[in-house]
Design a protein around this ligand. Structure first.
Ligand code: ADE
Length: 226
């Protein structure tokens, strides 16, 4: 799967993809993540990527030209399954969206800044808008990193232990059960005996009960009984 991310702040995206699972997915050739600096596509002398809003008002608006030039240059090389704009006014990202996107081939992600992007970019090029939650960040870069992370880990072959993604919170209808590692006793705080019993069926039953309890307590809406 290939991601092309368009941004005026490529530096913000240098680190999130250079570690752990995302780094491994790229090394294995399962995911390719390419960051494009929109300033490279600015045509005017000042290399500006934004301008004052028509009709007045505060804040700058990102111009259509650099986006259009970058998008069309990329589209000349390959076709895209989705062109996604990260925006707080889009539908909120959830696990089923991440699952759906993990089955795609080429995805472009547009990051906005300042007051927003010229509406015509959204009208002409964008096929999908995604928010990562009901709060406003300074730009679309961190949301893009969140989206890519949530999708890439679901591509078959990325995780070593395939079952670990399957038992994630939200992957089924239940949150994940609590987990423990050594030591079994830390200053009197003990790991539940059942996990030390070696009895696999009983452990699975306990985990299911705990997952159910946690979901009832924290997210009853997931069970449809809030
Ligand atoms: N850009 C700024 N805030 C955002 C959010 N919450 N989700 C997606 N993109 C954003």
């Amino acid at each position: 799967m290939r991601f092309d991310i368009l941004t005026v702040l490529p530096g913000l995206l240098e680190s999130p993809f250079a570690h752990s699972i995302l780094q491994r997915a790229q090394k294995k050739g399962i995911a390719e993540i390419v960051v494009h600096n929109l300033r490279d596509y600015a045509t005017n002398k000042q290399k500006s990527v934004d301008d004052y809003p028509y009709g007045g008002g505060s804040g700058m608006v990102m111009s259509i030209e650099p986006f259009a030039k970058c998008i069309e240059a990329l589209q000349a090389e390959r076709s895209y399954d989705e062109i996604i704009f990260m925006t707080p006014d889009g539908p909120t990202l959830n696990q089923s969206m991440a699952n759906e996107l993990s089955g795609l081939g080429n995805v472009m992600i547009l990051c906005g800044h300042y007051k927003g992007i010229d509406q015509r970019i959204r009208d002409i090029y964008v096929t999908r808008e995604i928010s990562i939650g009901d709060y406003v960040l300074s730009g679309g870069e961190l949301p893009a990193a969140v989206l890519v992370d949530s999708v890439v880990r679901l591509i078959p072959g990325v995780l070593n232990d395939e079952t670990s993604a399957l038992s994630d919170s939200f992957q089924g209808e239940l949150l994940d059960a609590p987990v423990y590692t050594r030591p079994a006793d830390w200053n009197g705080h003990k790991v539940p005996d059942i996990l030390l019993s070696g009895h696999e069926a009983k452990i699975n039953e306990w985990r299911h009960e705990q997952a159910l309890l946690r979901t009832q307590q924290r997210r009853p809406d997931l069970l449809g009984d809030d």
